[in-house]
Design a protein around this ligand. Structure first.
Ligand SMILES: *[C@@H]1O[C@H](CO)[C@@H](O)[C@H](O)[C@H]1NC(C)=O
Ligand SMILES: *[C@@H]1O[C@H](CO)[C@@H](O)[C@H](O)[C@H]1NC(C)=O
Ligand SMILES: *[C@@H]1O[C@H](CO)[C@@H](O)[C@H](O)[C@H]1NC(C)=O
Length: 325
């Protein structure tokens, strides 16, 4: 009799585990902490769209972000890195093969394993949109695809030269704010994300996210309409600016964040002052469900938590408690 009870208990448990849908996951998350994330994996898409030596800082911006998300636990297999130009090997580089984001040249951003997924003339608007929406022929290797699902949190970072509702790719073409908004909507319809954090450092950056209309997207930018974004400082020997201000202050904050940090997005956004950035950084939260004061930075810059498993474990405990009575 007792065995039968235990058997039934396990059957019930098994069924409840198997039947968990994303809606249930959300409920479980809600039950324990209204603002806990329900994602189960993290991805990053990091893009530098400009060419030419004088745009060195855009390479440094994106490689710095790459280094940061890797340090915080996103594996290379879940990072898509797109670099329109390779300043490391430029003949004008006084430090061949190296890229620095600070005149102190403390960290060579190109020194350790850097896995570039799209380089040079592969960095096109078409490839970027195909990447987001996963529209490829069967020949496209898995390593160059964004293999996300409805449980993925995606950090998307872009830097280059932009203007009112566009960002230039390679000086040859541009992506418009509508193109990007529509790509995100396709991603939403195809259940390709749980949440997106979109970050852009370019002139008039905030205009690029003005047309977004899909749920669960949080967007930040370095400058508003009719406003430039500025570089932070130059390196005399390299001869050009090595980092942009908005990216610099993001990195400055993220440097003090580790994998177990309880720092929130609001803590990061608090550093986006005019005094720091020299332009009006923008934060768009209306499409985002959670309160940014409760969203951990590691929900986007780190790797996974396991909310569902915790929920199931607690259910198990309460059932055991129940069966004891
Ligand atoms: C974050 O952790 C620190 C140190 O463990 C603690 O003092 C602080 O109150 C925590 N902050 C939040 C928002 O939980
Ligand atoms: C977000 O959370 C913070 C801190 O808990 C709170 O002060 C603020 O009122 C909340 N904002 C909204 C819109 O609920
Ligand atoms: C199980 O019962 C113990 C003692 O009665 C109680 O402290 C604990 O919170 C219960 N656990 C759950 C998950 O209900």
């Amino acid at each position: 009799m007792r065995y039968l009870q235990i058997l039934l208990l396990f059957q019930t448990l098994l069924l409840s585990v198997l039947s968990i849908s994303s809606e249930d996951e959300a409920k479980i998350g809600t039950f324990y902490n209204e603002d806990a994330s329900t994602h189960t994996n993290n991805w990053a898409v990091l893009v530098s769209t400009s060419r030419f030596w004088f745009n060195y800082r855009h390479m440094a911006n994106v490689l710095s972000m790459y280094r940061t998300v890797k340090r915080l636990g996103i594996p290379d297999s879940q990072i898509i890195l797109m670099l329109a130009d390779d300043v490391a090997c430029n003949s004008r580089n006084a430090f061949p093969g190296a890229v620095f984001n600070n005149a102190d040249r403390g960290i060579d951003l190109y020194g350790e394993n850097v896995e570039v997924d799209y380089r040079g003339y592969e960095v096109t608007v078409e490839n970027f949109i195909r990447l987001l929406t996963d529209r490829w022929g069967p020949e496209q290797p898995r390593s160059k695809r964004l293999l996300t699902d409805e449980n993925s949190n995606i950090f998307i970072y872009m830097t280059g030269h932009g203007g009112d509702e566009f960002l230039k790719f390679q000086d040859a073409e541009e992506i418009g704010s509508h193109d990007l908004a529509d790509a995100f909507e396709q991603m939403y319809e195809k259940k390709r994300y749980n949440e997106i954090l979109f970050m852009i450092d370019t002139c008039q950056a905030n205009t690029m996210y003005s047309k977004f209309y899909s749920p669960n997207i949080l967007a930040v930018g370095s400058s508003e309409l009719d406003e430039s974004s500025y570089s932070h400082h130059s390196d005399v020997e390299i001869g050009v600016a090595v980092i942009d201000r908005f990216t610099y202050y993001n990195l400055d904050f993220l440097e003090n964040v580790n994998k177990n940090s309880n720092k929130t997005l609001q803590n990061l956004f608090d550093t986006y002052t005019f005094e720091n950035v020299h332009s009006h950084a923008g934060i768009r939260t209306d499409l985002f469900r959670r309160n940014v004061s409760n969203v951990l930075l590691t929900d986007f810059f780190g790797s996974v938590s396991k909310v569902v498993v915790d929920g199931v474990e607690d259910d198990l405990l309460s059932l055991i408690n129940f069966s004891k009575r």
